[in-house]
Structure formats: structure tokens, C-alpha cells
Design a protein around this ligand. Sequence first.
Ligand code: NAP
Length: 307
Amino acid sequence: MQNVIILGSGCAGNTAAIYTARAGLKPLVIIGHEPGGQLSITSEVENFPGFPTGINGPELVENMKQQAERFGAEYMYGTVDAADLSKRPFRISIDGEWHETRTLIVATGASARWLGLENEQKLIGRGVSSCATCDGAFYKDKKIMVVGGGDSAMEEANFLTRFGREVTLVHRREEFRASKIMIDRAKANPKIKWLLNTGIEDVYDVTKGEVTGVKLKNLKTGETWDQEVDGFFLAIGHIPNTKPFVGQLDLDADGYIVSHGGARTNIPGVFHAGDVEDRIYRQAITAAGAGCKAAIEVERMLEAEGH
Ligand code: NAP
């Protein structure tokens, strides 16, 4: 029987692990299909407080893990394939094996949606990014491309004009999913160029180990052409990792956990932390803060119960 199982090894999960481990609760942290979470696919992190010259994303998240292990947190690789949250202790099936726990912190994150192109995947962190806030500053005076037609794409294209020489927004349709105000703001920005009814066929150049351009396709005429690009940003949505909790935790229409205040879910003893609930801020530091909140809730609950 565990005091607390933490699902996820990103900033939120690791911070929850540091706090609960320091409180002597010996947390069990499950490392899922994206070890280290979103930070592990970022290169340099310049906006996490405490690192005046920046820190490499995977290094930052590994440091957090080591910090938690120092206080007795245990880490285990595995995939949650089922969960029974109907009564306490909760039961979590990891790779087919059931584990019991008094409390649960769900820090499973939201995975960025990618186009799924082979070369796009190979160039993640080398010019391909899903986070303008994280990586925009690396593209000062460079050519930037943003893909998507939602609010994120509009917001990120606008934000990226602070850095780039030009920002091209590529969208597969003529109509946008984004709200009018966001579209108007982007349209009013003279540094944004628009390519509508356009798809991405390929990303170059894997042999150089960096993004140098993309192959585009006009989806109406079928015409294809190459365009030089240095920074290629995907803003085509995120997918929260909440599948095992459908029907048990309150989720919104897109699958994000609905918070019941602080780090609480609808089930007492189950807490949320990080991007699995946060569709707005999605930063390493906000996820770390959320992990801290969830850990404090766990500590207080177990203490009140005499564990
Ligand atoms: P979104 O609204 O789901 O938009 C995703 C966009 O990506 C859509 O335009 C979609 O095209 C496109 N797309 C999806 N898969 C694609 C693919 N395989 N290839 C090419 N394009 C693809 O996602 P979001 O913009 O991240 O926004 C998520 C939520 O956060 C929304 O509720 C949004 O309002 C909110 N948000 C709000 C703000 C703000 O108010 N400041 C900022 C950011 C996000 P189609 O339209 O053709 O499907």
C-alpha cells in the first residue's frame, strides 16, 4: 500500500515527488510514455527562475528527479492501463499489475499534437517546437513558421513577431477556429504573412540536424513548393492524458481534468497537477507550482487521517 502514487514525471510530478518525499511519504512516481514530460523535448530553458544563464530542459527535469530521489521518492516506468477510483484505497493498474494507494496525484500532462511527419519528429528541439513561449527567443531575426488556425496559433504568431524577421502562419483551411479578437490582432500585425489552404508535406533538413525549410502544398490546387524556415512551431492543439480516468474524474469536453478548487478533483484523495488540468499557462514553473499544491493537499489529508 502506497501513501501516494504520482502519475507523471514532468515538472508537476517531480515537484510533487520532492515535496511528498521530503514529508516522509515515500511517493511512487510512474514514468509514462514521455519521460520528463514536455521539458524533455525542449532544448534550452531560459525562463525557469534560478538559472541566470539558462538550463537544458532534460537536465532540469533530471535534476528534479534526483532531488526527489534524495528524499526517498521511487520511480518506476510504466503505463497506466486502468484505474479504480470508486473507493479508497484507490487501485491503479500499471502495465497490468494493480497497485493500491491512499492518495493519487494525476500529473500526466497534455501531449502536444504533432503533424506526424517522420522528419518533423526527428527535428523536435532542433528547430521544430510546440511551445513559442519556450523557444521563440532562439529565433531572433530568423524566419519563423507557425502551423494552426486556433487561438494558440494566433497568439503564438503574434508573440513570435517579437523575435522573427517574418512569421508565416500556415493553416489548412480558409476559416479559423480562433476567436475574432485573436484573428483581428494577428491580422493587424504587419509582420505576419498568411498561407491558407496550405498543408505541410515535409520538414528539412535531417542530415544537417536543424530546420532549414519545409515543403508546402496548396490543398486546393495540389501545387507544392519549398520555403526556407529556421523555426517551425506547431500550434495544432494538445491532447490531455486522461484516458484511464474517463467516467471517474470530472473531465471537460476536451478531456482536461476539471478542478474542484486548488489541486482537488471531484474525488477526495485524487489531486491534479500541471498541464493535465491547465490549458492556459502550460509552463514548467506553473506545473511545478501545481505539483507543490497537490503535494501539500496529500500531506494534509494523510496527516489528518493519522498516516
Ligand atoms: P484548437 O482550438 O483545437 O485549434 C487547433 C488548430 O490546429 C485548428 O485550427 C486545426 O485546424 C489545426 N489542426 C489540428 N490538427 C491539425 C493537423 N493535423 N494539421 C494541420 N492543422 C491541424 O487548439 P488551440 O489553438 O491550442 O486552442 C485550444 C483551446 O485553448 C481553445 O479552447 C482556445 O480557445 C484556448 N486558447 C485560448 C487562448 C486565449 O484566449 N488567449 C490562447 C490559446 C488557446 P481546423 O480548424 O481545420 O480543425
